[in-house]
Design a binder for this molecule. Structure first.
Ligand code: SF4
Length: 239
């Protein structure tokens, strides 16, 4: 198979063309790609994104109804008894630290933003426990403001695709942002994260069952045999 590895130093134009082709194929492959965390409003998305650190989206989704049933607003959560929050968040691990984060985050929303989640990156990143990754998830999915979410999957795939050699998430964000129209940033993030969770794993990517293999310079990093590769494909994200 002729692959992108046969073109080791692509021009800027061919890099952009190839990157957009990969995104289009991933969009066709994963038509349901979206944020895998459940939420009803920006506050919920902000909180569940903070809670999703070091655990799975599925576990966070399971805790969500109880958490917001008891504490539906920043004001209610800021006034929550610590031990009750710890009990609810317990199944997610790191429950003491996560409870502390939620109490501080909710209090900051009440004190500084009148109990509303601000729809601007510059404001979001001033909130306790909120970095660019979380802020971009909230902007892109709760406010329809395009954002690139550089999580571990996104960074790994961007490097495998040869889109950037950067490892710093902010540099990755800017480098990839320059390859795509702004309007595509949020869905691009979902496509890469879904592909990373289902096929392009950190170890043993399913190269032989990969729809973008012919455009990927890292083709061959995992098994290229179709049968062996098919066994590595997950139909769901993180369990
Ligand atoms: S699975 Fe293999 S071929 Fe596909 S994107 Fe990942 S490294 Fe490239």
């Amino acid at each position: 198979m002729t692959t992108a590895a046969d073109d080791p130093a692509p021009s800027r134009t061919s890099l952009v063309r190839r990157a957009r082709k990969i995104d289009r194929v991933l969009a066709e492959t994963y038509p349901d790609a979206r944020c895998e965390l459940d939420f009803d409003d920006p506050f919920q998305l902000l909180v569940v994104t903070v809670l999703s650190a070091q655990t799975t989206d599925k576990r966070v989704n399971a805790v969500r109804p109880v958490l917001f049933g008891a504490y539906p607003t920043p004001a209610a959560m800021a006034a929550a008894p610590r031990d009750d929050l710890e009990r609810i968040i317990g199944p997610l691990g790191f429950f003491r630290a996560k409870t502390e984060s939620l109490l501080k985050l909710s209090a900051a929303l009440v004190e500084r933003y009148d109990g509303q989640v601000p729809p601007r990156l510059d404001d979001l990143v001033t909130l306790p426990g909120v970095g660019r990754k979380t802020a971009n998830v909230v902007l892109g999915n709760a406010f329809d403001v395009p954002g690139i979410t550089v999580d571990t999957h996104f960074g790994r795939l961007a490097r495998r695709f040869g889109w950037t050699e950067e490892t710093d998430p902010v540099k990755v964000e800017h480098a990839i942002g320059a390859l795509f129209p702004r309007r595509d940033w949020t869905m691009l993030s979902h496509h890469l994260i879904w592909h990373g969770r289902r096929r392009c794993h950190a170890r043993n990517p399913a190269c032989g069952a990969c729809p973008v293999a012919r455009w990927c310079p890292a083709y061959g990093e995992g098994p290229t045999d179709p049968v062996a590769a098919a066994k590595l494909v997950r139909t769901e994200g993180r369990a």
